[in-house]
Design a protein around this ligand. Structure first.
Ligand code: ADP
Ligand code: MG
Length: 234
């Protein structure tokens, strides 16, 4: 089947209708995302597992407003993101979507706390409020005692948890994680996945995680498989 992928109860946050994203590569057309139908419910922890090149990053970028579909609709809160003005998309990316990537992308010269504060700078002008908020989110990922350390003084798993704190800084509704455990050993990876799962189960966030790692699906509230641009039930 093409993957009419429903949600497990709850209200729809995203609804994707026949969404495709094609890239031209020389003479050939790459169907990175191919006619995907998907509903993501509020507060879900959705894991999408698939091999390299199956279209996971492209799909996540569509959910995060980093790409626009070639055809089809990405409805977010009922609104078609494909027709939203660039300025509004930028504001969604800043305030409503939090991104976590394989590379932690922390600023090496800033401490953990300062890295999180930097993410707050565009939205929160007041320094004391920025600090209080940064402390709060570092505490949520269990890293308060590490807040004065530089990235180089932290383990990979700790750096990724700082990156999660940074993604949480502006209190996004959705966390979009692209191979968040790709650079981690299995124990640190499991800890990072546990933290992301908690954001959904305890924090009420909607979390979408894409990965090639077959061991991650176990903590998901729903697991889908991606193959050749299409989604399938696990
Ligand atoms: P995954 O994240 O599962 O590895 P991607 O979404 O990165 O998959 O890529 C899916 C397919 O789309 C691959 O064949 C990739 O080469 C192609 N692709 C992705 N982005 C681009 C792009 N900007 N230009 C051309 N081809 C792309
Ligand atoms: Mg990818």
């Amino acid at each position: 089947m093409g993957g009419e992928a429903g949600m497990g109860g709850g209200e729809a946050l995203y609804e994707l209708k026949a969404v495709s994203k094609h890239f031209r590569r020389g003479p050939s057309l790459v169907k990175a995302v191919d006619e995907v139908d998907l509903i993501v419910g509020r507060g879900e922890f959705l894991v999408i597992q698939g091999p390299s090149g199956s279209g996971k990053s492209t799909l996540l970028n569509l959910l995060g407003g980093l790409e626009r579909p070639t055809s089809g609709q990405v409805l977010f809160r009922g609104k078609d993101m494909g027709s939203v003005a660039e300025g509004e998309l930028a504001s969604l990316r800043l305030r409503v979507f939090g991104f976590v990537f394989q590379q932690f992308n922390l600023i090496p010269t800033l401490t953990a706390l300062e890295n999180v504060e930097a993410a707050l700078a565009p939205a929160v002008r007041d320094g004391a409020r920025r600090r209080a908020r940064a402390v709060d989110v570092l505490e949520q990922v269990g890293l308060l005692e590490r807040s004065g350390h530089l990235p180089s003084e932290l383990s990979g798993g700790e750096q990724q948890r700082v990156a999660i704190a940074r993604a949480l800084a502006n209190d996004p509704e959705v966390i979009l994680a692209d191979e968040p455990t790709g650079d981690l050993d299995s124990a640190s990876g499991a800890e990072v996945v546990r933290r992301l799962e908690e954001l959904s189960s305890e924090g009420g966030k909607t979390v979408v995680l894409v990965t090639h790692d077959q061991s991650i699906g176990g903590r998901a509230s729903r697991l889908l498989l991606m193959r050749d641009g299409r989604l399938f039930p696990a």
